[in-house]
Design a protein around this ligand. Structure first.
Ligand code: FAD
Length: 290
């Protein structure tokens, strides 16, 4: 069950992203979320690789367990951070053995965040496109890559960024997933910019609802850029009422999903933070049912 084929075959793809938990409590929460979301029959679910300081060794374990114990199609993220080519080959082989055929091939961020200077590991890779090439040669993987609606924080220009996406497609990427999107127009502009130079792989927009004010700062740190002022203003109106703020965040995310699908998005990729509640609230507003 290759994600590249599944996205093209279905009407709209829905997918959920998780991260490897740090402890047993986190593990229980993750599996609660997986089990709660499973009945919605997402096209796939993905597990990050050492993103935002989370543990990395567990990505093989969790995606393998999803493949073995659930009806879900897992995708493993993999980054070049701190790895030699040999280590990346070994990890790709471990995914294949665990029954994971879908890989999101990424460069990863320096440990000081997305804006910090990137230093490649000796014997490793400089850019994600090299990992795409490696995965394409190493096994029968369906390979996805990252895309950035406002450009990657360290890229020279939006045009240069689109060229990077084209290079990844030419190296064998079958689909792309974007960083968090806050305005459908930003996503549509990315797709148009990319299509204009020959990118024709499906690009799934990434959705993360704003549920509290603290999260706004955290989201900006993670993506390396500020959240649009009009989006922040809309939730900040409820700064003194956390429940109303959360509800507004969910409504805004549901509206965004509708706008994205109307703009031609082939699906929606939800950053779940290992919880099911917010995603299911968005689904309820979108009338997506089990
Ligand atoms: P690249 O494609 O290598 O791009 C990195 C920078 O180099 C960009 O500025 C690009 O424009 C530039 N560049 C690329 N190729 C060239 C070239 N040939 N010449 C000149 N410049 C070039 N991080 C994690 O650590 N773990 C995760 O699990 C994870 N999951 C993610 C999931 C999604 C959907 C997204 C959008 C991001 C995820 N990230 C994750 C973050 C990601 O690793 C960072 O955004 C990273 O900074 C860029 O990764 P990339 O794969 O786009 O890198």
């Amino acid at each position: 069950r290759r994600i590249g084929d599944l996205i093209r075959a279905g009407e709209h793809s829905y997918s959920f992203e998780f991260f490897p938990p740090k402890d047993e409590e986190g593990e229980a929460q993750l599996w609660d979320a997986i089990r709660a979301l499973e009945p919605y029959r997402p096209t796939f679910v993905s597990v990050t690789y050492g993103a935002g300081g989370t543990t990395r060794d567990n990505t093989v374990g969790i995606t393998g367990r999803i493949a073995r114990e659930t009806s879900l199609v897992p995708m493993a993220h993999l980054t070049c951070v701190g790895h030699t080519r040999d280590e990346l080959e070994a990890t790709l082989d471990a995914f294949a053995v665990a029954g994971v055929v879908n890989i999101l091939a990424l460069r990863g961020d320096p440990k000081d965040g997305p804006r910090a200077a990137w230093t490649p590991t000796e014997g490793g890779f400089t850019y994600a496109v090299e990992l795409v090439e490696l995965a394409a040669k190493r096994g029968d993987f369906s390979i996805g890559v990252a895309a950035f609606p406002d450009g990657h924080p360290s890229s020279a220009s939006l045009e240069a960024d689109a060229e990077v996406l084209l290079a990844k497609q030419q190296a064998g990427a079958e689909f792309a997933i974007t960083d968090m999107v806050f305005r459908a127009s930003d996503y549509a502009a990315l797709v148009a910019r990319s299509a204009a130079i020959g990118v024709d792989i499906p690009i799934l927009p990434g959705i993360m609802p704003i549920l509290n004010l603290r999260q706004i700062t955290r989201m900006a740190e993670l993506s390396g850029k500020a959240i649009p002022a009009e989006v922040v203003a809309r939730v900040e109106k409820h700064a003194d009422d956390p429940a109303a703020l959360r509800a507004e965040g969910i409504t805004m995310a549901a509206e965004l999903c509708e706008d994205l699908l109307a703009a031609g998005a082939p699906g929606l990729h939800f950053y779940t933070l290992n919880r099911s509640k917010a995603t299911l609230e968005i689904f309820a507003q979108l009338n997506v049912t089990v």
